[in-house]
Write a protein that binds this ligand. Sequence first.
Ligand SMILES: [Fe+2]
Ligand SMILES: [Fe+2]
Length: 295
Amino acid sequence: MHGKSASMHSGPLRLFHLSDIHFGLEDTRAIAWAKECIEREKPHAVAITGDLTMRARHPEFRAACEWITALDVPVTVEVGNHDIPYFNLYERFFAPYKRFKAIERMVESRLDLPNLAIVPLRTTTRAQWQRFPWSNGWVTQEALAQTLAAIDELPKGTRILIACHHPLTERRERDGKLLTINGTRTMETLASRGVMGVLSGHIHDPFDLTKATPAGPLRMIGAGTLSMRIRSTPPSFNEIVIDGDEIRVTARNLEQVATRDMQIDEVPENALPPRTPQEPVSPVGAVPPVDPPVH
Ligand SMILES: [Fe+2]
Ligand SMILES: [Fe+2]
């Protein structure tokens, strides 16, 4: 995790927060549009919060790396549960990031912008002794310590955003099911460090929630997907404007759906369409009648 320095700058900063492109099942129209927006509008940085691929296959990584290296702005890439080799167990355990070679310098890399840092937090693990499958998040002691060390290196007063794949919600509200292990403690620790917000993916619907923690409130911002594996909203990405201490989020999409209608009010378990009437969906509610194909 090494920072890149930037000159002092006043005025708002604009980030594009992309997630869950899932090359292999990407929405070609949506990714062409996102790329065009990046080329035309040149945001200060792009944060991609994981699930670059569908099955961590070599051709999917080649396509992802090609698409990402063509972006002419600073980029940080987090690792999602779909990006760790599933069938090749040797690689899964001993070289889980080997297939990221072409974008190695961007993976889990801190971005230093004028008076703002985007600091990565690893939530994807190779194995979880607590449960199977291993698709949900886990903030290990080591991962949290690395993130805190990166925060401690920053000049005092630097505004901080965290980028990770899994939302940090530890328990599903409805029934207390375990989602991200150690999420509650992590949220409290980040709030106590004055973190402005946590950017995440994994859900495939956008959200913008403020969670109360014993150390104060913490903003949780989720981006939708740019893949065909939609949950209840059309493909989208977040435009995030940081203006002083204020963060403004717009869930941009090709269907002209208003941001508030794109956002869900509670974090569900994962990207799959709702299975019961209690599952949270966005007001636009475009739940696919059947699960999108997974191949
Ligand atoms: Fe995903
Ligand atoms: Fe995911």
